[in-house]
Write a protein that binds this ligand. Structure first.
Ligand SMILES: Nc1ncnc2c1ncn2[C@@H]1O[C@H](COP(=O)(O)OP(=O)(O)OP(=O)(O)O)[C@@H](O)[C@H]1O
Length: 245
């Protein structure tokens, strides 16, 4: 992990109508850091994650990516967003494209990567997640775990500086959770900067450099996994962990 701030939010607020979901959050994610966000349902974890790439537009505060204020007047948000990969709970893959086409589409269209080069890179990534033999299949032929591994590869094909995972295993059958977590673990070990909203406490404990505990739209407590899971002081954290561990 380096000292370079990749993402910084200052006084981040988000409301949906009268519902104030995020309340003045100030936080930084550093290059190479693996950060897990845990907390009760409805506490604002996904909304926080989605604000980091402006998928949700904050109602207050600022989001900086590599030092650039993403709401700045002359800023090309799409250009910056290309460097922020995102993997969703419900594997967002294109059903009408083959596995290979799913991966090469955006690099070819948005980064103008030559098709042959995009395919070569896609095959290398598919090999890394053990899906190379599926490259000509359509997603309907894939299991949930395979679809999610494809979604991860699709994000990686854009060579992002950080990958945001929003509960990537919540929609999977239990036997498929491990294969997806293993891919994320490998990515973490490779040095990728990762922010992940997860209900997988064992995973958060094993893989994270830092765990953020969120409740009521506030990061109530944060620290190393050992600190959060063994020495948390905040009564909300203790109450939450007593239910999920
Ligand atoms: N687009 C939206 N419109 C209105 N309300 C929303 C929207 N997105 C989220 N919310 C509300 O914001 C609150 C926080 O939702 P969010 O999904 O961020 O929580 P979460 O901590 O990720 O929950 P979970 O663990 O259940 O996924 C909830 O009350 C939710 O209903």
């Amino acid at each position: 992990m380096s000292n370079r701030e990749l993402i910084r939010v200052e006084d981040l607020c988000k409301s949906f109508g009268k519902l104030q979901v995020l309340k003045n959050i100030t936080e930084s994610i550093h290059e190479g850091e693996v950060v897990s966000i845990i907390g009760p349902s409805g506490s604002g974890k996904s909304t926080f994650l989605r604000c980091l790439n402006l998928l949700e537009k904050p109602t207050g505060g600022k989001v900086f990516f590599e030092g650039v204020d993403l709401a700045g007047k002359k800023v090309n948000v799409d250009k910056h967003r290309q460097k922020i990969g995102m993997v969703f709970q419900l594997f967002n893959v294109f059903p009408h494209l083959t596995v290979l086409e799913n991966i090469t589409l955006t690099p070819i269209l948005e980064k103008k990567v030559p098709a042959a080069e995009a395919e070569k890179q896609a095959c290398e990534l598919l090999d890394r997640v053990d899906l190379l033999d599926k490259k000509n299949e359509y997603p309907t032929k894939l299991s949930g775990g395979q679809k999610q591994r494809l979604a991860i590869v699709r994000a990686l094909a854009m060579e992002p500086d950080v990958v945001l995972f929003d509960e990537p295993t919540s929609a999977l059958d239990p036997e498929m959770v491990k294969e997806v977590l293993d891919v994320i673990k490998d990515l973490a070990v490779s040095g990728m900067t990762i922010v992940i909203v997860t209900h997988e406490m064992a995973f958060a404990r094993e893989v994270s450099d830092r765990v953020l505990f969120m409740a009521d739209g506030i990061i109530q407590e944060q620290g190393t996994p050992d600190f959060i899971f063994d020495h948390a002081k905040n009564p909300r954290t203790i109450e939450f962990l007593s239910k999920v561990l």
